[in-house]
Write a protein that binds this ligand. Structure first.
Ligand SMILES: *Cc1c(COP(=O)(O)O)cnc(C)c1O
Length: 479
């Protein structure tokens, strides 16, 4: 079957894929007429199975092949974690169940929070935010509450270096702050003079992505922390890239006050389709009372309970956030252990450097410097010589069974391709990727026109991206 129809278009009257069991409770016939045709699709079981199987084959996921999408950490998620998150003891509980009947679930929330405190070097944590950007918004709201709580109402600005993730300035603006951009220096780190000039009595915080979006570790971290703290500002660590450093360095030890993590990147939740995710926020003790309500605490008698704080910024999620994502993260952390977590980060950095050093004679990268878990290559020169762009290279990778890297990001590099191979790829896969990238480069030199038409094998070759964004067909209407 081809994936060319909607499930509604396959409907045929009277077809059934399931039989509803005879109810084991008394039935009741409504007295008034509320019957309405709902137009649900009616499908035989085999068509239903084929329909969704066909759809799933059109999508590319990390279980299909190499997926070096930079800044996204598309690593393999162990199936064990899925199994644990699917246990009925967890999936069947109700969010309004009383504390005493869900002690196990509360223990998971509490214990994961403890593990993340340990990993980040923070004193307190909330698991509520549903994504990284949501964590940023939550963290910034906490920072806002902290300054106001001290009677300091002048701190309205957030400093964001140009090597930050794009969500950082967006979240700062959403949280009501003014965004002050500062440039990078020659070493691609924060320009310290620019930071000194920007930091002052109106600085609420600096938001730093580390490793930066260039895949580089910010070297002057202690000096940066000193400048911001002595101006009375706080330090926010975008820890979505923690996969590069977990188990090795901790944001809390580097002087950061607030951090968010992406459980759906670093800690074993598949992502890319829009969720569910989780972006826990950790903070230092001085900010703890502002964390979202409720939090899970362990009482002296060993029982778990919800706790509320008068100064809390309030709830940022319905109920307690995405609980099943916590389970996967907790199972992942327990199976890896402290040693395994460190080795994951080491493997991620090693794999990125291996890939980088084997293609950097063709694709120009940050020279003479080790990258962290990802690196940015530029094909600006190749484009000048052949007309082949970063987009063309990315499309050609699709024909070779690989997901493209992130393209045209970060904006500070022209014709950028950002690779993040992750630690879950073995050497054979990396060697294959190296061979593919070298082959595409050779093709760009010899027959650039064929690359312009890639991909040849995908269900859709080159969609008109503007048309796709501007005139979306999101609803199906019965003819
Ligand atoms: C992915 C990412 C984010 C945003 O996370 P979402 O869950 O997509 O909102 C923020 N910062 C960095 C560095 C990231 O890589």
């Amino acid at each position: 079957m081809k994936a060319d129809k909607l499930i509604f278009e396959r409907s045929s009257r009277g077809a059934r894929a399931a039989t509803i069991r005879r109810p084991d409770v008394p039935t009741y016939t409504l007295k008034c007429a509320v019957r309405q045709e709902l137009d649900f699709p009616e499908i035989p079981e085999v068509t239903l199975v084929r329909h969704y199987t066909a759809l799933s084959r059109e999508a590319f996921g990390v279980d299909n092949g190499f997926y070096p999408l930079g800044s996204c950490t598309m690593k393999y998620n162990p199936k064990l974690d899925e199994e644990i998150a699917a246990l009925s003891g967890f999936t069947d509980i109700h969010p309004l169940a009383p504390e005493k009947s869900v002690q196990g679930a509360l223990e998971v929330i509490y214990s994961l929070g403890e593990a993340l405190k340990e990993i980040t070097g923070m004193d307190a944590v909330t698991l509520q935010p549903a994504a990284g950007a949501h964590g940023e918004y939550t963290g910034l709201s906490i920072i806002n509450a902290y300054h106001k709580g001290r009677g300091d109402f002048a701190r309205k600005k957030i400093i964001v270096p140009d090597s930050a993730h794009g969500t950082n300035p967006a979240s700062a603006a959403m949280a009501g702050f003014e965004v002050i951009n500062i440039p990078s220096d020659r070493d691609k780190g924060v320009d310290l003079d620019a930071l000194r000039a920007a930091a002052g009595a109106d600085t609420a915080a600096l938001m730093l992505t580390n490793p930066t979006t260039l895949g580089l570790f910010e070297k002057n971290i202690e000096e940066i922390a000193e400048i911001v703290h002595s101006a009375g500002g706080l330090l926010y660590y975008d820890g979505a890239n923690l996969n590069a450093v977990m188990g090795i360095v901790r944001p809390g030890d580097m002087g950061f006050d607030v951090v968010h993590l992406n459980l759906h990147k670093t800690f074993s939740t598949p992502h890319g389709g829009g969720g569910p995710g989780s972006g826990p926020v950790g903070c230092k003790a001085a900010l703890e009372k502002y964390l979202p309500d409720p939090r899970v605490v362990r009482k002296d008698d060993g029982k778990y309970a919800f706790a509320y704080s008068e100064d809390s910024i309030g709830k940022v999620s319905s109920f307690y956030g995405n609980f099943l994502v916590y389970l996967k993260a907790y199972a992942y952390i327990l199976t890896l252990g402290a040693e395994g977590i460190r080795r994951s980060a080491e493997g991620a950095v090693l794999n990125a450097n291996y890939l980088k050093s084997n293609i950097s004679d063709l694709y120009s990268t940050e020279e003479g410097r080790c990258c962290m878990h990802e690196f940015v290559a530029s094909v600006e020169k190749l484009k000048e010589e052949t007309g082949v762009t970063a987009m063309d290279i990315a499309k050609a990778m699709i024909d070779r069974g690989m997901h493209p890297p992130t393209m045209y990001f970060p904006a500070i590099v022209h014709e950028a391709l950002m690779f993040e191979p992750t630690e879950t790829e073995d050497k054979a896969t990396l060697d294959e990727a190296i061979a593919v990238l070298r082959e595409i480069y050779a093709e760009a030199k010899e027959t650039p026109e064929t690359l312009k038409k890639a991909p040849h094998s995908a269900p859709i070759s080159r969609p008109d991206e503007i048309l796709a964004a501007r005139s979306q067909k999101l609803r199906w209407k019965k003819q």
